[in-house]
Design a protein around this ligand. Structure first.
Ligand SMILES: NC(=O)c1ccc[n+]([C@@H]2O[C@H](COP(=O)([O-])OP(=O)(O)OC[C@H]3O[C@@H](n4cnc5c(N)ncnc54)[C@H](O)[C@@H]3O)[C@@H](O)[C@H]2O)c1
Length: 313
């Protein structure tokens, strides 16, 4: 395959590069390093890195024309400043349209889009079926959902994966790195009773093999274990891993206005159509992630949420 990966320096993108490059596939990454570092991508034959934004149509068209990809993995997304709607729209809507247009001209065999589970907004039921209405309530969710809608009318051979919280090397968003970083630094933590589903990187990469396969089904898929765990569960796991004894109960704050109390995706359609099922359970997923942080540390963390009330120590 000749795989063009937008956002290829990010957490998911760089794990995909590390998986597909040693298998002999040619890869081109487009990344503006908004939430990633250039150094994670090695200077090796078979990997080309284009530094710039997918909102720049000429840059995207030029990269596609030179590289002539057979497959596109669209992983770039803007989310780090919840107040910067224009940046979210420029990347997640305009940028997505640029990538779709270029992919159509290149006649790629397959276009894989990554979507946030926040597209469902406040769900009517848990676990959330893939045909649940989309009602996003944040700039990130709104713009990602618009981008996915353009993918769906693109007439490409497309797949959009609505992803649970994936934990793996270089994860810099969400409760696991945040708690690890704060507790390691001796800082106070608070938590919420919000529930999320966590998926191990190995299970995600296994699914990617299945969706990139020739003749694989197209459409929208929930990618999840289907089992929820609270943010409090995560805090307890990190605390136990670090061997910290909590002398005071950790404050539990209300879920923020832009947050969702429970997001657990129902993967039943994914299981039946793609023959995929998550194999790694929650405690092992968190354990692997924490061991990775033990070895590599947490340098920076991002959030697409405004700080919850009472969040500041
Ligand atoms: N990791 C998860 O658990 C998860 C869950 C749901 C959805 N997703 C989706 O998966 C994709 C990858 O997420 P991630 O966790 O790897 O995040 P990430 O922040 O690590 O990766 C996103 C990458 O996109 C790059 N980027 C941002 N704006 C860009 C632009 N305008 N042009 C080019 N590159 C740009 C960033 O620098 C970064 O490398 C995103 O589309 C995200 O919405 C991820």
């Amino acid at each position: 395959m000749r795989i063009l990966i937008t956002g290829g320096a990010g957490c998911l993108g760089s794990n995909l590069v590390e998986t597909y490059l040693p298998q002999g596939h040619e890869i081109l990454v487009i990344d503006n390093f908004a939430t990633a570092r250039r150094e994670v991508l090695p200077d090796v034959p078979g990997l080309t890195v284009v530094c710039g934004t997918i909102a720049d149509r000429d840059l995207v068209d030029g990269a596609f024309a030179r590289f002539a990809p057979t497959h596109v993995i669209h992983s770039a997304a803007a989310y780090k400043d919840p107040a910067n709607w224009r940046e979210d729209a420029a990347t997640n809507i305009d940028g997505t349209i640029n990538v779709i247009d270029a992919a159509r001209r290149a006649e790629v065999k397959r276009f894989v889009n990554f979507q946030t589970a926040l597209c469902y907004g406040r769900p009517e039921r848990i676990p959330i079926p893939v045909d649940h209405p989309t009602r996003p309530i944040t700039s990130y969710g709104i713009t990602k959902t618009a981008g996915e809608a353009y993918v769906a009318i693109s007439e490409l051979s497309w797949v959009s994966l609505r992803l649970a919280n994936i934990a793996g090397p270089r994860l810099a968003i969400g409760p696991i790195p945040t708690f690890y970083q704060r507790l390691k630094a001796g800082q106070k933590c608070f938590c919420t009773d919000a529930v999320r589903d966590f998926l191990d990187m190995a299970d995600f990469l296994d699914l990617m093999d299945k969706v990139l396969r020739e003749g694989a089904p197209t459409g929208i898929f929930n990618v999840s274990t289907g089992i929820g765990h609270s943010i409090r569960d995560v805090l307890e796991a990190v605390t136990a891993h670090l061997g910290i004894e909590q002398t005071m109960p950790v404050p539990v704050v209300p879920v923020g206005a832009d947050d969702i109390p429970a997001v657990v995706l129902d993967p039943v359609r994914t299981r039946s159509l793609l023959g995929w099922e998550a194999e790694v359970d929650f405690s092992e997923t968190v354990r692997r992630m924490l061991c990775w942080y033990d070895a590599h540390g947490v340098s920076v963390t991002y959030s697409h949420l405004r700080p919850a009330p009472g969040a500041r120590p």
